[in-house]
Design a protein around this ligand. Structure first.
Ligand SMILES: Cc1cc2nc3c(=O)[nH]c(=O)nc-3n(C[C@H](O)[C@H](O)[C@H](O)COP(=O)(O)O)c2cc1C
Length: 312
């Protein structure tokens, strides 16, 4: 795919290969590694606007970026336009230039509160949220799905709404809410959204290989791609797409991931957080079952490092 710098409002990012927001995965450590591997922009996990305004330490922790704020977008979720704007204007977000609004989360807990993908059935509320957040002076971006149930296609309507309300970029995840994360993305819906607006449109969904990224760009004409599970499963997909030589091989990448987590989290938490990455990191390896079992049993990062050194 064609790699090019992208202007998001008044902020230029070095390329058009983005790391998606992924709750429970794209913490500081993964974002840092993927920036090192060449990503043009990385997104925090979704952060509750209300949680932030009530001073929740969990919400604040998700923002930790250690100097990478210029290449990091904070993703906010919420349904109250005024809380959303207040969060965008808060001291906590002061170092960041790009704020993304989540209009795609399918999880019932979020949806039932009128947040995430529920905003796809209330365009007036969605518009109010974007226009209020724009008043914060941040470069506001919006991440949507193509609708709620099969047959929906709200991407054009929402892309236009976002652009008119002052958003500077839109990401279209080419699936509806009821798809969650499965199935082929709706290339046509993304393509229609792309031609409907002048702001950059980023395509997301089902990119696991370089070929998938090519196909996504060819079929949608999008200005760039956003990688989610593909970047976790293949930590070097971003570097391959960007034509950047990674400083790491798989073992070095995994060890650095553990080190970065240990710098931030208590040892037990780092070990437990690491467990969810093992199905991705060790897929297809010989003896993987024993290795995963051993990692899942221990609460010691030192022991995990030893296991990696013995097995990789
Ligand atoms: C475990 C998990 C957590 C996710 N968390 C978020 C999130 O916090 N915010 C968001 O906008 N999307 C979230 N997503 C959706 C991804 O950003 C992306 O849109 C989706 O996975 C489709 O891309 P993919 O097919 O390349 O994985 C999440 C997806 C997964 C699998």
């Amino acid at each position: 795919m064609q790699i090019s710098a992208l202007l998001i409002g008044n902020t230029q990012v070095k390329n058009n290969v983005f790391l998606a927001p992924m709750a429970g995965y794209t913490d500081y450590s993964i974002r840092k590694l993927q920036l090192e591997n060449g990503a043009g922009l990385v997104f925090t996990e979704l952060v509750s606007a209300k949680g932030l305004m009530y001073g929740g330490s969990g919400s604040k922790e998700l923002l930790y970026s250690a100097g990478d704020e210029n290449e990091t977008a904070v993703q906010l979720f919420g349904s109250d336009p005024y809380y959303m704007r207040a969060a965008a204007e808060s001291e906590d977000l002061a170092p960041f230039k790009i704020v993304d609004i989540n209009m795609g989360c399918p999880v019932p807990k979020v949806y039932k509160n009128g947040e995430g993908s529920a905003l796809l059935k209330d365009i007036l509320k969605a518009e109010k949220i974007v226009s209020e957040c724009v008043k914060s002076g941040k470069n506001i971006t919006v991440k949507i799905r193509t609708g709620l149930v099969k047959g929906d296609d709200v991407a054009v309507e929402y892309a236009k709404m976002a652009e008119n309300a002052g958003a500077k970029l839109i990401t279209v995840h080419g699936r509806v809410r009821e798809d969650y994360y499965s199935g082929e993305p709706d290339f046509n819906a993304i393509a229609r959204a792309k031609t409907a607006v002048k702001i950059p449109v980023i395509a997301n969904g089902g990119i696991f290989t370089e070929k998938d990224a090519e196909e996504m760009i060819d079929k949608t004409g999008a200005d760039g791609v956003m990688l989610a599970r593909g970047a976790i499963a293949n930590p070097f997909l971003v570097s391959k797409l960007c034509g950047v030589k990674s400083d790491y091989n798989l073992k070095a990448y995994i060890l650095k991931h553990l080190t970065l987590m240990s710098d931030r989290y208590a040892p037990r938490r780092a070990a437990v957080e690491f467990r969810k990455f093992t199905p991705y990191y060790f897929k297809g390896m010989v003896g993987v079952k024993e290795l995963k079992n051993a990692i899942n049993k221990t609460e010691s990062v030192a022991e995990i490092i030893q296991l990696i050194n013995q097995n990789l």
